[in-house]
Design a protein around this ligand. Structure first.
Ligand code: FAD
Length: 429
């Protein structure tokens, strides 16, 4: 009998707990520690920020689903992980011991790294539902008094899809309000080229996204390093390949939303052998940490090296399907360890992504996520917007019902030839 704790109940952690419950025996305990007892579907935040969704439509109370699945839920949140002692200090001062731990704490948003950045200063955010609701109030103010807009992602960001999504969603919302002609829009990004996405592009994402920006009259600046944000402008340096400054742009902006760089959360940061210098969790191909072999990690908090050198730092995104592949591998590997076997399951880390533009969008499949790839496909069309809505409804149903992966999802993925797991391996490398 083992106590398995999942730290963090976001997109990865919630499914992790359900999949562990499906995989482990009844005598093993599955415990979830989260900040609060509510699940919030982060991919819908760009819709919240223009009023197409409200809080209620994208949140789920985890307590009933956990109770139904015999999963203990601790909503206090973790203050500090004491990895050498196999226990977690919770925010209320109590301690929780574990035999196995899965860290799924997502990102801490590093707004403090750029002057004037973040919802507490001069910019808006769609990374959290509370930020997105504040961004909606600012959007209403923009409708009342239209002015220039800047959207994008800053140096060190690893999440580019949502930046493009929000630029196109905002553009559509402005057109719906018949105010697009009064709002000059600029997309500013750390990427070396439009559509790089932290993945060195997928299929023709460069051509598709450049064409979409051009046809919607959104100007862009790439290789951008933000100097500072002010109330009425963004100051960005454009960087040459050799690292020198090509130009300094002062772009007027009454409404700015840029994705921040991420780092690991405070509760796990700075633990020797567990985290890298930015606080991301170090894992091997089995999602297992080498210094603490009873600790696994999944989701945005996992350390992944960039795809290659770029003039401005660009991180690799951790997308939903990739995270689910980490989840499946972790559940299998913990079950094996409990049985006395060695971990052998590897997540495929394939990226399957739908980027919504409000009335269309682009979809891409990168197998594996890091090039060179076996599948390198992207496409666009109105169907992507419909598919994204379908994905939202389906995922929220999955969370509410406590099911990790109904069989028809498995079937659909197999029909598409997209696997979550690589062939099992037995070496310790
Ligand atoms: C705006 C946005 C849109 C995105 N859209 C897409 C998309 O369309 N498709 C896609 O594939 N990917 C998308 N992503 C990327 C990714 O899928 C999401 O970021 C996803 O939510 C990451 O899941 P996660 O479980 O790693 O982290 P999260 O979902 O952020 O969950 C982390 C959880 O850990 C909890 N936590 C943090 N610290 C503690 C602590 N100390 N103690 C206890 N609990 C803690 C948090 O409260 C949270 O519940 C998007 C990302 C963003 C930011």
């Amino acid at each position: 009998m083992a106590d398995v704790v999942v730290l963090g109940a976001g997109l990865g952690g919630t499914i992790m707990a359900y999949e562990l419950r499906d995989t482990l025996s009844r005598s093993d305990k599955v415990i979830v520690v989260n900040k609060g007892s509510t699940y919030s579907f982060v991919p819908s935040n760009p819709w919240v920020a223009v009023g197409w969704r409200d809080r209620e439509s994208i949140e789920v109370d985890l307590a009933p689903a956990c109770k139904k699945r015999d999963i203990d839920l601790y909503p206090q949140g973790a203050k500090r992980l004491h990895a050498a002692e196999n226990r977690i200090e919770l925010m209320d001062g109590t301690f929780l011991s574990y035999d196995y731990l899965v860290i799924a704490t997502g990102p801490e948003l590093a707004f403090d790294e750029i002057p004037g950045f973040g919802p507490a200063a001069h910019t808006h955010s769609v990374c959290h539902i509370d930020h997105a609701l504040d961004a909606k109030a600012a959007f209403d103010a923009l409708l009342a008094k239209p002015g220039p807009v800047v959207i994008g992602a800053v140096q060190g960001a690893s999440c580019y899809g949502p930046a493009y999504e929000f630029a196109f969603i905002l553009e559509k919302a402005l057109r719906d309000a018949k105010l697009r002609d009064k709002v000059p829009m600029t997309f500013i990004t750390a990427e070396p080229y439009i559509g790089h996405l932290g993945l060195d592009g997928v299929g023709d994402t460069k051509g598709l996204l450049e064409s979409a920006l051009r046809s919607k009259h959104i100007k862009w600046i790439t290789n951008a390093r933000i100097q500072r944000f002010e109330a009425d402008k963004v100051v960005a340096e454009e960087i040459n390949d050799d690292g020198s400054v090509k130009a300094v742009h002062e772009v007027a902006s009454d409404y700015t939303m840029m994705l921040p760089a991420f780092r690991g959360v405070e509760a796990v940061r700075g633990i020797e052998g567990l985290t890298n210098p930015r606080g991301f969790i170090l894992v091997d191909k089995h999602q297992q940490n080498k210094a603490f072999p009873n600790i696994f990690s999944i989701g945005v908090c996992v350390a992944i090296a960039p795809t290659g050198k770029t003039p401005v730092p660009v991180g690799v995104p951790k997308t939903g399907f990739m995270i689910e592949s980490m989840v499946t591998a972790t559940a299998k590997n913990i079950a094996r360890l409990i049985r006395g076997d060695r971990p052998n399951a590897e997540g495929s880390w394939n990226a399957v992504c739908l980027a919504d533009f409000g009335d269309g969008g682009i979809a891409f499949v990168a197998q594996p996520q890091i090039p060179p790839r076996n599948v390198n496909w992207s496409s666009q069309g109105k169907w992507v917007h419909a598919a994204k809505i379908g994905f939202e409804k389906y995922f929220l149903h999955k969370i509410r019902s406590g099911k990790a992966e109904p069989f028809y999802e498995k079937l659909a993925l197999q029909v598409l030839g997209i696997d979550k797991l690589k062939a099992v391996t037995f070496d310790d490398g």
